[in-house]
Design a protein around this ligand. Sequence first.
Ligand SMILES: Cc1cc2nc3c(=O)[nH]c(=O)nc-3n(C[C@H](O)[C@H](O)[C@H](O)COP(=O)(O)OP(=O)(O)OC[C@H]3O[C@@H](n4cnc5c(N)ncnc54)[C@H](O)[C@@H]3O)c2cc1C
Ligand SMILES: NC(=O)c1ccc[n+]([C@@H]2O[C@H](COP(=O)([O-])OP(=O)(O)OC[C@H]3O[C@@H](n4cnc5c(N)ncnc54)[C@H](OP(=O)(O)O)[C@@H]3O)[C@@H](O)[C@H]2O)c1
Length: 458
Amino acid sequence: MTHIQTDRGHLIGIIGAGPAGLYAAKKLVEAGAHVVLFNRDIKPGGLAEYGIFPTKHKMKEGLRKQFRRILAYPQVDYYGNCSVGEKGVLTLADLQTFGFDALICAAGAQGTKNLGLPGEDAVGVCHAKDLVYHYNHLPPFSQRHFPIGKRVAIIGMGNVMIDIAHFLLRLWKNVEEVIVVARRGPAERKYDEKEYKYIEAFVDQEALRQEIARLRPRLEAVGQDADALMAEMTTATPPARPADCPGRMLFRFLASPTRVLTDADGRVCGLEVEENILVPRNGDTSARGTGTYVEIPLETVVFAIGDRVDEAIGLPYAHGEFFTNAQSDAPHTTGAAYQVYDPVHQKVLEHTYVVGWSRKASDGLVGKAKQDAELGVETVLQDLLAIPAPAAVEVAERRQAIRRLVEVRCTYPITKDEVTLLEEAERQIATQAQVEEYKFDSNIGMLKAIDSQKAGVV
Ligand SMILES: Cc1cc2nc3c(=O)[nH]c(=O)nc-3n(C[C@H](O)[C@H](O)[C@H](O)COP(=O)(O)OP(=O)(O)OC[C@H]3O[C@@H](n4cnc5c(N)ncnc54)[C@H](O)[C@@H]3O)c2cc1C
Ligand SMILES: NC(=O)c1ccc[n+]([C@@H]2O[C@H](COP(=O)([O-])OP(=O)(O)OC[C@H]3O[C@@H](n4cnc5c(N)ncnc54)[C@H](OP(=O)(O)O)[C@@H]3O)[C@@H](O)[C@H]2O)c1
């Protein structure tokens, strides 16, 4: 693809101000374009603000600094508390009348992947994203009650599983056992070893050795070395468990959940799993059920199996993803993976794009979302070469008109200056309380803090 550096001053709308939306904005502005960001949350940052583990202060603050610099560009307008979609304060159709030369959806993957298991809606089942948003203080999840019992199963074996286990064992503390339920085996663990260090102290090493020994014939049947896996996952000298964190962590491999068991009150009392074998598949493995079922008694089930996009945004959608030109049968143009495609009318949706986790749900770290956004913007800029750019005065008028429309439609739209005031209020509270960070966990709290800052009252 040609590397396009410049734009003649087009006006681009972006849905979502997480890493993908913000890095897309940066690249667009640096090329010469103007950007209006619409964000569901009051604060920008997406999962960098409300996903990354709360004690990773340095990483989070480093990202916030970058995001502040992006929002500070005069070519960027920001409207927080402005959700787009069928359930939002603005619809996609509204945005299509705002006079944007291109529209980019960077709203992440806000939909929930359900497996359709009996009992999946029981009290005591939750999805990782909701819990992650809760402990990272994102309203309204911050104020939701999560009934967490003494024995908790986490389904999935990626980095999100590590974060949930880290939260339950080190911050929540009131958990005796965290059981990781993985459909494949130890060789297919998806988490990063660096992240495993956070929870290694809690892993019951002897139980893990026994679990891998139990699976030995099934691992060796696909050429996996059980001893090597044992050596990779266990250690004779694990780090010490903090005295005030009594929980332990167990692994249950080659087990697919088939049913959530509930008591007479509809609360979770166990998880039925089917024992799996591994079968080779295109150089990898897949899990196949054996027809043997086992019940694990527990009180809470957390699904950490990735997410899907939110189809309520209104873009063409199929199987957990927005439909792109790359998925169509039509001859693909350059950048097809970023262009939204309408399968009903069998054509590319003009000047409409997806980037980041809205393009590929639950895929990679912030750096990957950044790279994806930048590649997507190259496609946008390439396509914009074909349409005339508005005069600077016209762009200014359109931005004003959008501001007026937003003020009519959104009850409390938050501008970038107001985000600065909010951050200042939170900084002041953190300083007074002598804590590393303070976050309001209700929208009302944030709005009041902004008003108080405006009035000079802290
Ligand atoms: C639990 C967890 C921990 C993670 N930890 C790390 C880590 O330590 N290090 C790392 O590098 N990566 C980490 N990641 C990955 C990283 O967070 C993602 O790669 C990145 O945030 C994806 O960026 P995004 O902008 O595509 O989506 P998101 O970050 O989800 O941002 C989406 C944005 O869109 C907005 N939005 C959503 N719906 C709408 C709507 N309808 N209208 C308007 N706006 C909307 C949201 O408010 C949000 O601001 C973690 C991910 C998770 C889930
Ligand atoms: N600290 C960090 O750096 C950090 C923290 C959190 C998240 N992240 C990133 O965010 C992204 C998302 O993380 P993630 O943990 O949600 O996803 P992930 O890495 O894709 O892991 C998902 C896990 O769920 C399992 N799974 C998927 N579908 C399943 C199903 N239908 N039934 C049973 N198990 C199923 C997968 O098993 P299979 O392998 O068998 O499919 C896998 O073990 C990743 O790129 C991750 O690196 C990073």
